[in-house]
Write a protein that binds this ligand. Structure first.
Ligand SMILES: Cc1cc2nc3c(=O)[nH]c(=O)nc-3n(C[C@H](O)[C@H](O)[C@H](O)COP(=O)(O)OP(=O)(O)OC[C@H]3O[C@@H](n4cnc5c(N)ncnc54)[C@H](O)[C@@H]3O)c2cc1C
Length: 142
């Protein structure tokens, strides 16, 4: 997980963490979290409690959230895959907005990301928590 600090695009509407100056449109967030897994939800939850409603956006494409440590228990027959699964909507912290999409382009020089479909979302601060990309195809003899 990476926290990207404030950079060049510091507008007067958005430059304080106390947050009452959030822009009206919903395409700008004080804190934008990319990835609604364990790391992203943890960060979003912490800041959604401190910032005004609507200041935190979470970009996550999947409807289901997996408790990955439970996978070892699934393998050991102590848990079912279903028991490791939660609906993402139930885990989004109160006051945060779930943007159900994926980021296809990061433009940090403009504090902006582009979603699949072309929509741009801007931010003051961003947490990137997109997890690991597993490449079983690179493991010899699997
Ligand atoms: C089998 C197994 C057992 C484990 N056991 C333990 C344990 O006992 N203890 C422990 O501490 N940890 C354990 N872990 C590790 C722990 O699960 C991970 O460290 C943790 O889930 C990582 O969280 P994350 O938010 O970084 O990534 P993830 O939880 O993987 O979440 C990443 C999210 O980013 C989203 N995403 C990806 N690309 C994009 C995109 N372009 N745009 C928007 N969203 C995107 C994905 O859809 C996903 O929801 C285990 C992991 C596994 C696989």
């Amino acid at each position: 997980m990476v926290l990207l600090p404030f950079s060049a695009r510091n507008t007067s509407e958005t430059n304080d963490w106390n947050g009452s100056k959030l822009k009206d449109d919903s395409k700008h967030y004080k804190l934008l979290v990319v990835g609604g897994g364990a790391g992203g939800l943890g960060a979003a939850s912490k800041f959604a409690r401190k910032l005004p409603r609507g200041s935190v956006g979470i970009i996550e494409p999947h409807e289901d959230h997996y408790y990955q440590p439970g996978f070892t228990l699934v393998g050991g027959g102590l848990m079912t895959l279903r028991e490791t699964t939660r609906k993402q909507e139930k885990l989004i912290p109160s006051g945060a907005k779930w943007i159900r999409n994926e980021v296809v382009l990061f433009t940090p020089t403009q504090n902006m990301v582009t979603l699949d479909g072309g929509e741009d979302i801007s931010y003051d601060y961003m947490v990137v928590a997109m997890g690991a990309h597993l490449r079983f195809d690179k493991v010899i003899e699997i």
